[in-house]
Design a protein around this ligand. Sequence first.
Ligand code: AMP
Length: 429
Amino acid sequence: MSFEPLGLSTELLRAIADQGYSNPTPIQSQAIPVILSGKDVLAGAQTGTGKTAGFTLPLLHRLSQPSGPRQRRYIRALILTPTRELAAQVSESVKIYGKYLSLRSAVVFGGVSINPQISRLRSGVDILVATPGRLLDHVGRNTINLSKLEVLVLDEADRMLDMGFIHDIRKVLALLPPQRQNLLFSATFSKEIQSLANGLLDSPTLIEVARRNTAAESVSQTIHPVDSKRKRELLSFLIGSRNWQQVLVFTRTKHGANRLAQQLEKDGITTAAIHGNKSQGARTRALSNFKQGSVRVLVATDIAARGLDIDQLPHVVNFDLPNVPEDYVHRIGRTGRAGNEGQAVSLVCVDEHKFLRDIERLIKRDINREMIPGYEPDPTIKPVPIQTGRGRKSPGGQKNRRSRPKKARGLEAGRKSSRPARPRKRQSK
Ligand code: AMP
């Protein structure tokens, strides 16, 4: 099926053709007609499914239709995202797909100066892409008026809730006119998402493309058992011996990301780290160097990597397994995107066996184990419980003592560090 029958304007079809897309992805062919009809949507779709174009294209179409004379521009559509990176990428998509239309858009997120954002808003915009914290800062300064909003999009709503944005979302909702179209996109459907959707959406059409919590099928997944102390050495060996040129590596902590990046650099592998303690400039630079190929390895924490749009990423490595099993699905969703084959490799030490069992239970399959000769784990090493986030149980079944630093949580989410951070909640399934 091509894009033509979906009912999009010729300007949008031209922009789609410029991107080289010949056929809509499943989320696009299902969501576009429903959104064009003005209905509310509850969509279950992971990153990599083409969901951004799935809501951006019909949104642009609707806003570009003649709607009577207007004195001045006002914000007609708001797209809320959990992270700065995702906000920047969605905003880029709005520009790309809307390049033949006369709509104006802006993006606002924390970690950068607010003044250029204010100037842009003053000049009038139709579409605003925002992270919740900075959006509320603008509302407090009266630089944003949402009273005439026509369409609200919550992108990666599950992540927004995980990152503690529910109160900010509710504050934003209270500023919106009751008559509007609501689109909620989420990779997973927890009880919290259901309850948010129930309060927000009016007889929504449910669209679900990837099966719930299943890993993308175009991704080959492998576990390499290895001792914790030898993980870095094994990673360098795999990158070198298999000649991997573009590798996204996940670590559980920011400190771990920095340390690993330094060690890989010492091994002669160009590496950058991306996490919430890095400035926005450093993060953007690292991502662009990685995309261009001047950096071979990008080491990232889960939250910093959320929503990164890197086309055809061939290799994802879990240097540490995530303690939240859903994060595994999100991580490996970075590879094998839009029909390309991808490889997800996890380096698993004895301390992480409980995490591995939780992941395999979630994805409902056993992941293939492959021992790398020379790196077999020492069977005499006993597991040590890994300290995880606040209130969660560690593999040993104890309560955790250490929680994520509050300041970092706020920064990673694109919030001002002076605002109180909120607990990162997660449903255990
Ligand atoms: P998303 O899930 O929105 O992050 O999109 C994942 C990737 O798929 C992005 O790099 C898009 O540029 C790409 N993409 C979106 N729609 C299509 C399409 N119809 N055909 C091919 N690639 C697409």
